[in-house]
Design a protein around this ligand. Structure first.
Ligand SMILES: [Zn+2]
Length: 451
């Protein structure tokens, strides 16, 4: 009976069909009501967001309709830093039951507070994501997202329990133990970062577990890093699954803000009954139309401890509202094309690492791990795309030239390619993949770099 859930069947049950398949007018009415409630709560809480609303002439939720949203003030990560750790709380401090956030690698830590209600909401959002991937009561979920301050591990964990699935809280790392557990417990769902899924898939293959033999996995719910359609093909092939994207960030709630359905595997349904989504021009902040890439901006209308009005995420994507075969009426966002912060500006051309990934992984003979080196030794910056040959691929003298040609054609920029020995590039066991390293002098950041 469980196996039947995974036939890319559009009649798969939703976790909350009353919310996920609401007719458009009912959804708008719910969103307006919740937006007005949020404005009233922010004004009552005082502080930064209340002050900004008053500066915009908003003194009551009744002043605001959904159409006014794009004219309201925004919030950003800087506001969380400036008010660290609890300055933006909209509830008394003793109602906070948990904190999560980012550890601050490469920046300052961001902390986000949750009430019991927030945790319950988050669990339901992750339960929706797992159900959209085909999971239901009893489905075994191998959860290899890191547990801790990072929202990935505990978010999926709570969601799996909410759904009534069976969660295996293996967390990240110790890959050999993960292989054993996957062989023994036969999970149908794998949840982790896409880069770790590659790592794990290779280790499973080495252990003789593959889609023809012994591998039970049906779907993967992969997030916390931007990843491409080319990476999806790799993951589907390697693990014999349908690889699905999940999106979230701790400032908004964590994973479960949006997720793909197995029926279409084509865009992430945003849980817009709780998180109003807009895409805005990253420079001017003006809202952009559907289909135009813009910075994802979320308004958390039901969150209690740290509700945010128009939070600018820095993530670039498009939105679309055409019908989905799964029956959800929730708007879909594209895969994240890149983060505003990850954008490299090379000789005046804007480049996201994911654009380089698309070209590299478009060639079957290139392995799935790659690294972009920003060569800053000279006057300007140049890019070197480092990759390895896929296991079993014969060495190919033409490959480097072909990749350089494709990168130039696709990105309009000359990017050198270095094909390094297998096993040279950094692998991810825990946390997010390192895709960019800077080289300003001294030894190259990758052994064998000969450009
Ligand atoms: Zn769908």
């Amino acid at each position: 009976m469980l196996a039947k859930r995974f036939d890319n069947d559009s009649s798969l049950p939703m976790f909350e069909p009353d919310a996920e398949a609401l007719p458009a007018e009912e959804l708008s009415a719910l969103q307006s009501r919740r937006l007005r409630g949020l404005i009233d709560r922010l004004l009552a809480a005082g502080g930064l967001q209340a002050g900004r609303l008053r500066d915009y002439g908003v003194t009551s939720g009744a002043d605001v309709g959904l159409d006014d949203l794009s004219r309201l003030p925004t919030t950003a990560k800087q506001d969380l830093w400036d008010n660290y750790p609890f300055g933006l709380l909209a509830v008394p401090r003793d109602r906070v039951v948990a904190v999560h956030g980012s550890s601050g690698t490469g920046g300052r830590p961001t902390l986000v507070a949750y009430t019991k209600g927030d945790i319950a909401l988050w669990s339901r959002m992750c339960a929706r994501a797992l159900a959209a991937a085909g999971a239901g009561p009893g489905t075994i979920v191998h959860n290899a997202y890191g547990y801790g301050l990072f929202t990935g591990g505990l978010g999926i964990h709570q969601g799996a329990i909410e759904l009534g699935a069976t969660v295996v809280p293996v967390s990240g790392g110790m890959t050999a133990r993960q292989v054993t557990l996957i062989g023994d417990l036969r999970p149908e769902i794998l949840t982790c970062t896409p880069s770790y899924a590659i790592r794990l898939g290779e280790a499973l293959a080495d252990a003789g577990l593959n889609k023809e033999h012994g591998l039970s996995l049906k779907a993967g719910v992969f997030g916390a890093e931007p990843w491409t359609q080319e990476m999806r093909s790799r993951l589907n092939e390697l693990l014999g699954i349908t690889a699905l994207d999940i999106y979230g960030l701790s400032e908004v709630i964590g994973p479960g803000v949006a997720s793909e359905c197995i029926a279409a595997a084509d865009g992430l349904h945003v849980n817009e009954d709780h998180f109003l989504v807009e895409t805005v021009n990253p420079v001017t902040g003006e809202r952009v139309p559907e289909g135009t890439p813009g910075e994802l901006t979320f308004t958390t209308v039901t969150k209690e401890a740290l509700p945010l009005l128009r939070y600018r995420t820095g993530d670039i994507a498009t939105l679309r509202s055409d019908p989905c075969p799964c029956g959800r009426t929730l708007v879909r966002m594209s895969k994240v094309m890149g983060r505003k912060d990850d954008m490299l500006v090379i000789r005046g051309v804007n480049v996201y690492p994911s654009e380089i990934e698309r070209v590299l992984l478009g060639k079957p003979s290139v392995a799935s791990d790659y690294l972009v080196v920003v060569d800053e030794r000279g006057a300007g910056s140049d890019l070197i795309a480092c990759c390895e040959l896929a296991p079993g691929s014969p060495s190919d003298d033409q490959l480097r030239g072909a990749l350089e040609h494709d990168l130039r054609e696709t990105l309009g920029l000359r990017i050198a390619v270095a094909i390094v020995a297998p096993g040279t590039l950094p692998r991810t066991e825990v946390g997010k993949a390192v895709r960019v390293r800077r080289w300003s002098g001294g030894d190259p950041p990758v052994a064998g770099l000969d450009v």
